[in-house]
Design a protein around this ligand. Structure first.
Ligand code: MG
Length: 254
């Protein structure tokens, strides 16, 4: 058999992307091991009331805490106690900024299954619009591991795949520590995140290697304020969200 120079397109993901620093894997490498599937039990609760010191970002009624890009009104659908991505209306972001916070949200990927891989139930929680914790329908939906539900997009696959069926409500609890830079613009702390999905730990104080672009490595070349907006992504799939709240981590002995 004659080998041709034509590279075969990999079944999943990419091989023509850069290596992720500190790993042997390409960005969106389809050969990276798929996270083990875990059926989450009932160790998490839906629709639990927020703690008393939480800022409620969405209580099922309106988008008053949210806006679109450029300060335009958020145009997602609100009904039945949830908000739903209105495809092509744009991502939405909180009006307020937060540093070092605990975020709770519930999401449901579309019960009508359409598309596959990155095209199925794709949304995302993007801190400051640049650090993405992926939202995807990862129930029997193979994709490149650093792009599945709960991945730090393009960087770190989740420790396990704790995804529920399409249309079923799921929880994310995300604890995020902001990056910081000194006055000269030198990075002094990377952003790190803990993610709990349906009661299962996906990441524990895992550092972002930078922002999370598609098909390339991110970095920390653009210092920003420690207070960051929280963005939910319009990736053209009608994913739903509800019971969204945030609270400051705070400090000891204060
Ligand atoms: Mg996404």
């Amino acid at each position: 058999m004659v080998m041709t120079a034509t590279a075969q397109k990999p079944k999943l993901g990419y091989k023509d992307t850069p290596i992720i620093p500190g790993t042997e894997w390409h960005v969106h490498d389809g050969d990276r091991p798929q996270p083990r599937v875990v059926t989450s039990g009932s160790s998490f609760s839906h629709q639990a009331a927020p703690p008393s010191d939480a800022i409620v970002l969405f209580d099922g009624k309106d988008l008053s805490q949210w806006q679109g890009g450029g300060g335009k009104p958020a145009r997602w659908k609100v009904e039945g106690g949830y908000m739903e991505v209105a495809p092509k209306s744009g991502s939405i972001r909180t009006k307020q900024g937060f540093a070092d916070f605990q975020l709770h949200l519930e999401f449901a990927t579309p019960s009508k299954v359409e598309g596959d891989s990155q095209g199925r139930g794709n949304s995302g929680v993007l801190i400051n619009g640049i650090y993405e914790v992926q939202v995807l329908d990862s129930f029997n939906n193979p994709t490149y591991p650093d792009g599945q539900a709960g991945a730090l997009y393009g960087q770190v696959p989740p420790l396990v795949n704790a995804s529920k069926e399409p249309g079923v409500w799921q929880t994310y609890d995300i604890i995020f520590e902001s990056p910081s830079w000194d006055d000269s613009g030198k990075l002094t702390k990377k952003a790190n995140v803990t993610v709990i999905h349906n009661g299962c730990v996906l990441h524990h104080r895992r550092e972002f290697t930078g922002n999370t672009p598609h098909r390339t490595n991110g970095d920390y070349s653009r210092p920003h304020d420690p207070e960051m907006f929280i963005q939910l992504q319009d990736h053209s799939n009608p994913t739903r969200f509800r019971n969204v709240w945030v609270r400051s981590i705070g400090e000891y002995d204060k």
